[in-house]
Ligand binder design. Structure first.
Ligand SMILES: Nc1ncnc2c1ncn2[C@@H]1O[C@H](COP(=O)(O)OP(=O)(O)OP(=O)(O)O)[C@@H](O)[C@H]1O
Length: 602
């Protein structure tokens, strides 16, 4: 499935409020209790002081300006200035500490997720595209961070603000207050009806934006294929479609917003007009003062701010619920392959490997991909796994590395069931080189030391020389300190393979697995790799998965895998004599080679 399609079928952005998730999220605040109490205190002081502003302004007008009393003007003016100054200091402290706490919580959450993710079994990653897992660690933690950072304090601040304003308005003149609230139901209706549409439009805009990113990503990653197939025009047309949808979605969101918010202001203004109309009449009758009406209107204007802020927090809470569900799904997934309670350390491995009636399926609901697989390998033997594609060769080595646990039967090394020993002590003594060796960003040296940080420089150089990596490093001006960039993109496929050999050699495994390790290089590099392989395989039990049968002739044991079963096993000569599947595969490959050769010669 393409990245673009994943984005179209994007994950749900909002979920109903869930008390359990909320409690769990609040749990992350616990370590920062004291700081949070301090922040809430600062916010409350700021809010109460700012609530006094319109009243003070009213007094300034009534007692100072109207009566021409300069002492009162100075007094109220200086008090207002003082409030602003304290407000500024409170605002500074609140911004600093809430961001600090929010970032600390995000840091904790991301770290917890990352640590947990690394322990999860392959099965977890099988069904989930990397992009989605990454977005959980970045976007979903951010959504939760925003809720903690902004939402929590906004709620405390705006609820106080709102309650304060309503109380003051009722205290000032309850009849006028109730009159000005007349427009509230209409306002509620407008906001309630249109808010989901605005949010829907923004969601669509975000989704189409991530489709743009996905398409860009795919095109950049696959630029060679795009150009090789001259797909630029078709690609551009497809991009134009997504680009257009994004523009449309953005415009719709903006147009809706620009209709709704002025409408809210208009309705609010109607409330204000009612107050002006009644207030002005009472001012003329001498029942109210101008300062009073001014202060009243000022409070009314402030009324809408908290309402819109709280409605934003509400949608923040709902989207944090969706994020929390996804994050907790990861955190609640147990690593399937774990150490048994009584697991013991794997002693130094001699290298005797046995599969006893092993069966395995990748998913509960799917049929077995391995059926009663049994074989025995003596220490130091070279075992070749051959057979048609999809037969189960990689699955066998996956079970040997204990990337998955067998569903039936057992896998033993030196007579010990791999489930009975600790994963760390087992995998430390095993090495695997995959078809497409994963090289990490960093230097060649860092990559070589990946499985053995403690190796001396001499050991590192020796390992590199043994696998002919020194010839690759020699022309590089920075030698072993050369940066190889993400996934070793500065190295050729063959060079990456040699580096992977060096890495595994330095970790000195007792059992070695090579999965199609030499299939994607040219003949000269393959010759280097073959030489390197000899060094690598020396004195270790080795499992080699290879499609080209010419490379496995010398193996001590050949396991022919077919449809999840060991169809035949024995040495090359034995199997050829037997005249079964292996002999057929060898003859077919030979015939193909001869056909190619005769075509070249012709
Ligand atoms: N992670 C997975 N989840 C579900 N099914 C899988 C998974 N990996 C492999 N399979 C299935 O298990 C079967 C055996 O696959 P396996 O990779 O072991 O074959 P293979 O012999 O190594 O093939 P190839 O030579 O093409 O690498 C196949 O039918 C494959 O579709």
């Amino acid at each position: 499935m393409s990245q673009v399609e994943w984005d179209d079928d994007s994950e749900i952005e909002e979920k109903p409020f869930n008390l359990v998730y909320m409690k769990r999220l609040l749990g992350y605040l616990k370590p920062y209790r004291k700081t949070l109490i301090f922040i809430i205190g600062v916010v409350l002081i700021n809010m109460i002081l700012s609530l006094a502003e319109p009243l003070l302004l009213g007094y300034l007008i009534d007692e100072g300006i109207t009566k021409g009393d300069f002492t009162a003007i100075h007094l109220f003016g200086i008090t207002l200035l003082g409030i602003k100054l304290i407000g500024w200091a409170c605002g500074w402290a609140h911004t600093k500490y809430i961001n600090f706490t929010g970032q600390r919580i995000l840091y904790d959450l991301r770290q917890q997720l990352f640590n947990h993710l690394q322990k999860l079994s392959f099965r977890f990653f099988d069904g989930r595209p990397a992009g989605k897992i990454m977005s959980r660690i970045t976007n979903d933690t951010n959504a939760i961070g925003e809720l903690i950072n902004g939402g929590l304090i906004t709620t405390v601040m705006e609820v106080t603000h709102l309650v304060g304003i309503v109380a003051i308005l009722l205290w000032m003149d309850w009849k006028l207050a109730l009159l000005s609230f007349i427009m509230m139901p209409l306002l509620y209706l407008i906001v309630n009806r249109l808010r989901p549409r605005i949010e829907g439009a923004w969601t669509r805009s975000r989704k189409t934006m991530s489709a743009i990113n996905g398409h860009l990503n795919e095109t950049i990653q696959g630029i060679r294929v795009v150009q090789a197939f001259s797909r630029q025009h078709k690609n551009s047309a497809r991009f134009e479609g997504i680009n257009f949808r994004n523009k449309q979605a953005f415009m719709r969101a903006i147009m809706l917003e620009s209709t709704v918010y002025p409408l809210v202001e208009l309705v609010g203004m109607i409330g204000t007009c009612i107050v002006i109309w009644f207030g002005a009449k009472q001012v003329m009758d001498g029942a109210l003062t101008i300062g009073f009406v001014m202060a009243f209107i000022n409070y009314l204007w402030r009324f809408w701010g908290p309402l819109s802020a709280l409605s934003k927090v509400y949608s923040q809470v709902l989207s944090a619920m969706a994020s929390a569900e996804r994050i907790f799904e990861i955190l609640d997934t147990d690593a399937e392959v774990t150490d048994a309670a009584d697991a013991r350390r794997m002693p130094a491995i001699r290298g005797e490997v046995a599969f006893e009636n092993v069966s395995f399926r990748y998913e509960e609901s799917k049929p077995d991909v391995l059926h009663n697989v049994s074989f025995k390998v003596r220490p130091g033997q070279r075992v070749a796994l051959v057979g048609p594609t999809g037969a189960g060769k990689s699955t066998i080595v996956n079970l040997l590395m204990r990337f998955y646990d067998a569903t039936g039967g057992k896998v033993t090394i030196d007579g010990l069931d791999v489930k009975e020993v600790t994963l760390e002590s087992l995998r430390r003594q095993m090495g695997i080189v995959l078809q497409d060796s994963f090289i990490f960003s960093g230097t060649i040296e860092q990559n070589l030391r990946y499985g053995n940080d403690g190796a001396t420089r001499e050991q590192m150089v020796q390992a590199a020389e043994s696998v002919r990596l020194d010839r690759v490093v020699a022309p590089m001006s920075d030698g072993y300190e050369t940066e190889v960039e993400e996934r070793g993109s500065k190295l050729s496929v063959g060079q990456r393979q040699l580096l992977a050999f060096g890495r595994v050699l330095l970790s000195d495994p007792r059992v070695l697995i090579l999965d199609e390790a030499t299939s994607s290089v040219d003949t000269e590099t393959e010759q280097h790799i073959q030489e390197a392989l000899e060094t690598l395989l020396n004195g270790r039990t080795a499992f080699i998965i290879a499609h080209r049968l010419s490379t496995v002739r010398d193996a001590d044991l050949i396991l022919v895998v077919q449809d999840g079963r060991i169809a035949e096993q024995g040495s090359h000569n034995e199997l050829m004599k037997h005249g079964g599947l292996y002999a057929k595969l060898v003859n077919t490959q030979l015939n193909m080679q001869e056909a190619v050769l005769s075509q070249v010669q012709a």
